[in-house]
Every structure is written in C-alpha cells, then in structure tokens.
Design a protein around this ligand. Structure first.
Ligand SMILES: Nc1ncnc2c1ncn2[C@@H]1O[C@H](COP(=O)(O)OP(=O)(O)OP(=O)(O)O)[C@@H](O)[C@H]1O
Ligand SMILES: CC(=O)N[C@H]1[C@@H]2OC[C@@H](O2)[C@@H](O)[C@@H]1O[C@H](C)C(=O)O
Length: 374
C-alpha cells in the first residue's frame, strides 16, 4: 500500500515537519494535496526542544555527516520528530510524511548540504512512508538547495485566490522571500516564482538575547523597540557582497559570524534594534530584485510577531506589509506545510525547485522516499 503513494493522482494527506534554523523546536502540519493544488489544511502541532536537546543540536551545527556530534544530533532530532508526529498520526489519516530535519550545515558552493537524521528511522517508527533529504539533489545539480518553500508559496497564493503577483517573506532564523505570479499554472515555469534568502533575521537577535539576557528571544520585539539602531553599523553590514549578488541565492545560518561581536559595544536595546534594522534592510535590498512590485508582502514565520521588525518593514517598504495570518494562512506552520506539499510532489515525480527558485540548472525533484520495513 505504501508504494502506491506515488502512482495515485488524487489528493492525499501528508504530514510535513520542519525544524528551523532558529532551533526553537519542531513544527508539524497536515495538508491535503495532490502535489499541485492545496485542497485543505489539517491539524498541526508544535514541540519546543528542551534545553538539553537544543544544546545537542547546537553542538553539531556546522558539521557534516562524519562529524563527531552528528550521531547525537540525529538521534535527538529523530526522537523529537517521532514523538510529535505520533500525536498527529494517531488521530488523522496520514498517507505520507515530509521530514526536513535540522539543517546542520549548508554549503551549496561545494554542492553540500546536511540535514540531521534518517527518514528510514521515522518511516519504521511511524509506519508511514517518509520523504526526506529534500535539498541534496538540488545542490548536486548546481542549485542553492534553498529556499524550497517557493513552490508551496505559489500554491498558497492560488489557494487564497491571489490574482496578481504577491510576495511571501519568511522571517525565521534566516529571512527568505518568494515573489510569485499566481496567474501562471506551473511553479517551475520561468516567470512563476523568484526566490532567495534575504539575510539574517531572527537568529542573531536570538543569539544576542541568549548571550546578554539569558533568554531565547526578544518577546514581541519589546527590547528592540526601546532602543535605537546604529545606522553606521547597518550601512557597513549592507556592504557585504551577498546583498549585491543576483538571486537565487541562499545563506547558511551562521553566514554572518561577526554580527554579534560587531555590536558588542552597544547597549542591549540598541544592539538588538541594530540587528533588527539589519534584518529589515536586508529585506529591502532583496525586494529590489522582484520582477514587479508585489501587491503585498505577506510576512510569515516567528519574526512577524516582532513588532520592531514589522514596524520597520512597513516604514521601509513601499508595498503593503501584512501578517500572513490575515489571509487565513497559518504563519506558524507554513514551513511544515511546505514540506508536506513538497513530499507529495517528490512522491509523484514533480519538481520541487527550479532555476528561478534555487538557481538549479533545470527543474529538479529532490528528496528520497523511505518505506516502512514492516
Ligand atoms: N512572540 C515573538 N516575539 C518576537 N520574536 C518571536 C516571537 N515568536 C517567535 N519569534 C522569533 O521567531 C523565531 C522562530 O521563527 P520560525 O519558527 O519561523 O523560525 P525557524 O523556522 O526556526 O527558522 P527558518 O525559517 O530560518 O528555518 C524565534 O526563534 C524568535 O526569534
Ligand atoms: C539550508 C536551509 O535549511 N535553509 C533554510 C533556512 O531557513 C530559512 C531559509 O534558510 C531557507 O533557505 C531554508 O528554509 C526554508 C524552509 C526553505 O527552504 O524554503
């Protein structure tokens, strides 16, 4: 029965799971899709990593599969994903799983990307076929391996009935933008999407809060709102060659390793406000690459709850900036839903990225499928 997943054409229920770069926890969400259209969104769930789990994952950041901390990280990640998936699989029909795994290292220039864990372990534990290792094929064929959510954004734009170009901004640990034209049917068509990572977003803010205040994030952006950005620093940040590179382009979580030390002399509030301003300016630079002005910028990911980021985005951009939840989509679950959608595309032999989304030479369907042994 499991092997029929790829040969049927109708909608099925897929459970997508994502553990993002901010290392906060795991998102899981069900989507009913045929790999082209979204038919319905199902229940979702989230689990925070414990401090111990987060520390074990963090210890493996930057490591490749032979790294000394990788086995631990894989075990921790798999266990957290399995426990969360069980809560959803038990009560909901689930035909397929999309398992992204924690990105530990990402180096598309050298055709390498590494997400922790093994889909076979999940398939066996959950008794559901699992699509995983979504990014390797893309980087092997010359792509950036990221972002991969753009095809799903295209489907979402059509789901909400958008009739003109619209953009999605994910403010996770890293920021990424997808510009989509929903009037074009196939997301892999050359003019349907343009996508790229904008720059650091919440990751440096979280890191700073952790180092200076011993807390995980700047709740609501309150601390940033009480500070003032150091514009000189923001300008020097913008001189980084990443911002003049043409998209598609992607970033590793720690691609700007000097950010925190550079704001070391600023008071906490000014330092965090400066990092927020950097994230916003990176988006503003990125928006210049859009083929046409979008009708709106729909902000998804945890950063949409940071009022400093949202206020500055609105002030800085000429397009309307909107919390994606206002459209009826779920900004907390969009990435997990993306990997549900992409899993079905992989199972059905449809591409998951294209020259316009990752810079890959031709549209490519990444991902491996593991079937339960029993
Ligand atoms: N209420 C809030 N106030 C301020 N910031 C918040 C709030 N909620 C979440 N965030 C920020 O958003 C982050 C989580 O966002 P999200 O879950 O979208 O990131 P991610 O999926 O881990 O990263 P990525 O998309 O880069 O893989 C948190 O680590 C925090 O920085
Ligand atoms: C290599 C990797 O895991 N990249 C993530 C990260 O987090 C945000 C941004 O950087 C994006 O490129 C990507 O994730 C989303 C889900 C994507 O592939 O669309």
């Amino acid at each position: 029965m499991a092997r029929a997943v790829g040969s049927e054409n109708g909608p099925i229920w897929a459970l997508g799971m994502m553990s993002g770069t901010s290392l906060d926890g795991v998102d899981a969400a069900l989507v009913q899709t045929d790999g082209t259209r979204v038919f319905a969104f199902g229940p979702s769930a989230y689990t925070d990593y414990t401090d111990a789990q987060r520390a074990e994952l963090r210890a493996a950041l930057g490591q490749w599969p032979d790294g000394s901390e990788v086995k631990n990280a894989a075990r921790v990640g798999e266990a957290a994903h399995i426990a969360l998936a069980q809560t959803l699989v038990a009560g909901n029909p689930t035909d397929l799983l999309g398992y992204h795994g924690q990105t530990l290292a990402h180096d598309p220039a050298n055709a390498r990307t590494h997400q922790a864990g093994d889909g076979q372990v999940l398939a066996d534990a959950l008794e559901v076929p699992v699509v995983w290792d979504f990014r390797s094929q893309d980087v092997a064929e010359g792509g950036e391996g990221a972002p991969l959510a753009p095809f799903f954004h295209h489907a979402c734009a059509r789901f909400i009935g958008a009739e003109a170009p619209i953009a999605f901004l994910n403010l996770g640990g890293v920021g990424n933008v997808t510009w989509v034209d929903p009037r074009i049917d196939a997301p892999e068509a050359p003019d349907a999407c343009l996508a790229f990572d904008t720059g650091p977003a919440n990751a440096p803010i979280n890191d700073l809060m952790q180092v200076r205040r011993g807390i995980a994030l700047d709740q609501g952006g309150a601390l940033a709102l009480s500070g003032t950005a150091n514009t000189e620093f923001v300008q020097s940040f913008l001189a980084h060659p990443y911002f003049t590179r043409q998209p598609p382009k992607s970033l590793d979580r720690d691609a700007f390793p000097d950010l925190l030390t550079s704001v070391a002399d600023l008071p906490d509030a000014d330092a965090v406000r400066t990092l927020a301003a950097c994230a916003v300016e990176a988006v503003a630079q990125g928006m210049r690459h859009c083929p046409s002005p979008p009708t709106a910028l729909l902000v998804t990911g945890g950063g949409r709850k940071n009022a400093a980021l949202m206020q500055e985005l609105s002030a800085r951009l000429s397009v309307p900036v909107q919390d994606i939840d206002d459209t009826g989509l779920d900004g907390d679950m969009l990435e997990a839903q993306a990997f549900a959608y992409l899993a079905v595309r992989v199972a059905r032999g449809l591409p998951t990225s294209a020259p316009s989304t990752t810079g890959v030479a031709v549209p490519v369907g990444g991902g491996r499928v593991s079937y339960p042994l029993s």
